[in-house]
Write a protein that binds this ligand. Structure first.
Ligand code: ADA
Length: 551
């Protein structure tokens, strides 16, 4: 399943999910797509290359588009042996358009690589696992010569009245200019315009409209609208694209976050896309289970640490009225990692693909970048600045942030709209939490964060599921619960703080490479309040209690 709603009524599409041939290490398998290859008993720790193949039957000659929602982490795609695209990064979608494909059977091949090395600046040995495979859904689309590539929907609120700009991006694959009629329909309002699309090029058709009787999207009030765009040539409908949008604004002022002019407080979890043996190919039913568990714990927000998420999860957040902090892909990269010759380009691609693909989700209210990277250095600062600049050039409507652990040394706090810090009081450092929090906030205000909202982006402690100990020692469920309780009591009762995100929702696998095994029992990050099978630890109930009690 590609999305949680239908994105086309006119364009013909077909999902490519199912069984594919797979070859690795000289052996051939039948593997499911989407899935991680680590689910196969031969490939539990396999890091390297693998080749997926599938015969696709094209039912009418013409243009096609092959869309991949996620391949981990590098993909080279071939149609009948001819390379059609290359893509890096497990966590962003990509597609390739192939013109004039003949009716009949064709071989689709995807060479996948999940190895670490210089060519991969963002997937490195880390405190989460980089799996291998076609890990999110794939689809085949039949495209007419003139087709709708994307829609951008930007709502605004003035004096209690909603208006919006809808931009329809149209592409022409043919060698002659084409005249089309573009029509949109949203919340009972229709719009129409003629447009000339130059040969082998594209254009954007924009509509500005006022709307009456709108029910806005808000936290816990997930009012969504279907936005239909269609193109007609000589009165005949030839292509369409449907989005699901919400009317809401996000603003940051007076050190607070506002949605639709109302202040909001974020009570959230950090969530990795990782589920026991499924790895990062989390199924829809498990996404729903995660969301049910998070909501039952009174959360109203989620941080997609540390990469863009599956669009179906974002769809779910839209549907549930959950606030999302979506993040580009980068965790714990020191200056040396950031100086990898591929780093800047790979970050730029990731941010572009994240915003282009996820712009219309009302649930996304913050764009985050570069979790715990080299924000204490001048070279690092240049890269933070560049990435914030790129985000603002693509989206002026959402605030930005970055989770820092460079306490007292970070020189980038003046750059984002929101300051966020990760704080493991009483796990990594034993201290008086309230005192430590005051020191942190004093430093933030003196270092560029004055008048900005502040979020505690991570707090937490580890526990091994089922390990109970009446000494309440570290690694026991009791110890984890105590630490989380003590931290939440301080932060949630501090009016200077606009939100808290517990690290983390569920235990996740980490790489054995990079020495993570030394501090990560079971080669898992065990700070989940549920384990990797979603079995709740004591801390789950503690979070539910405090999230329910405060704010
Ligand atoms: C960091 C980091 C997380 C995780 C966490 C931990 O703050 O952002 O990805 O590694 O620490 O468990 O120590």
């Amino acid at each position: 399943m590609i999305r949680l709603f239908d994105t086309h009524k006119i364009r013909e599409t077909r999902e490519l999910d199912g069984m594919w041939d797979f070859t690795a290490g000289g052996k051939t398998y039948r593997l499911p797509v989407p899935a991680c290859w680590e689910q196969h008993p031969d490939l539990l720790n396999y890091r390297g290359r693998g080749t997926y193949k599938k015969t696709i039957n094209i039912k009418k000659s013409g243009n096609i588009r092959l869309e991949f929602k996620g391949v981990s982490h590098t993909a080279d795609v071939y149609l009948d042996g001819e390379k059609i695209t290359h893509h890096y990064n497990a966590f962003t979608p990509f597609s390739a358009v192939v013109k004039n494909v003949n009716e009949g059977a064709h071989e689709l091949r995807v060479d996948v690589d999940n190895s670490f090395g210089e060519s991969s600046a963002l997937h490195i040995p880390n405190d989460y696992y980089t799996y291998g495979g076609i890990t999110r859904s794939a689809a085949l689309e039949y495209l007419p010569d003139v087709y709708i590539e994307r829609i951008r929907f930007t709502p605004s609120l003035k004096d209690g009245k909603w208006s919006a700009e809808t931009e329809v991006m149209i592409k022409n694959l043919s060698e002659t200019a084409k005249t089309v009629t573009v029509k949109t329909a949203l919340a009972g309002a229709e719009a129409e315009r003629e447009a000339e699309i130059p040969a082998a090029s594209g254009t954007t058709v924009a509509f500005e409209q006022d709307f009456d009787g709108i029910k806005p999207w808000f936290v816990g009030e997930p009012n969504l609208y279907e936005l239909t765009s269609e193109i007609f040539i000589n009165g005949v409908p030839t292509d369409d694209l449907i989005e699901r949008v919400g009317f809401r604004t996000v603003e940051v002022r007076d050190a607070k976050i506002f949605i639709n002019d109302k202040p909001v407080y974020m009570k959230g979890f950090n969530r990795h896309e990782d589920y026991a043996v499924d790895g990062c190919a989390v199924s829809v039913q498990h996404m729903v289970q995660d969301m049910d568990l998070m909501q039952a714990a009174n959360a109203n927000a989620v941080r997609t640490c540390h990469y863009p998420n599956d669009e179906r999860f974002l769809d779910l957040c839209d549907e549930r009225g959950i606030m999302v902090w979506e993040e580009n892909h980068a965790r714990g990269l020191g200056l040396k990692d950031m100086q990898n010759p591929n780093f800047e380009r790979q970050c730029e691609d990731c941010i572009r693909e994240m915003i282009e693909n996820h712009y219309n989700h009302p649930s996304i209210i913050i764009w985050g970048i570069l979790n715990e990277c080299a924000s204490e250095t001048d070279e690092g600062r240049q890269m933070y600045k560049k990435q914030y600049g790129q985000i603002k050039s693509m989206d002026k409507t959402r605030p930005t942030t970055s989770a820092t652990c460079r306490h007292f040394t970070d020189i980038c706090l003046d750059l984002p709209d929101i300051v966020s810090f990760n704080m493991y009081s009483n796990w990594y450092i034993d201290c008086d939490i309230a005192e430590r929090n005051n020191e942190e906030l004093d430093w933030i205000y003196k270092s560029g964060g004055e008048n900005k909202p502040v979020i505690v982006s991570e707090l937490g402690a580890a526990a091994i599921y089922g390990y109970r100990d009446r000494t309440r020692c570290k690694w026991s469920e009791e110890g984890q619960s105590d630490i989380i309780r003590d931290n939440l009591e301080v932060y949630m009762n501090d009016d200077r703080i606009s939100g808290v995100f517990v690290w983390q929702f569920a235990d996740c696998r980490v790489t054995e490479e990079g020495d993570w095994f030394q501090s990560r029992a079971r080669c898992h990050n065990n700070k989940g309040v549920v384990d990797e099978y979603r079995r709740p630890k004591i801390a789950y109930d503690t979070v539910a209690e405090l999230f329910g009690k405060y704010r």
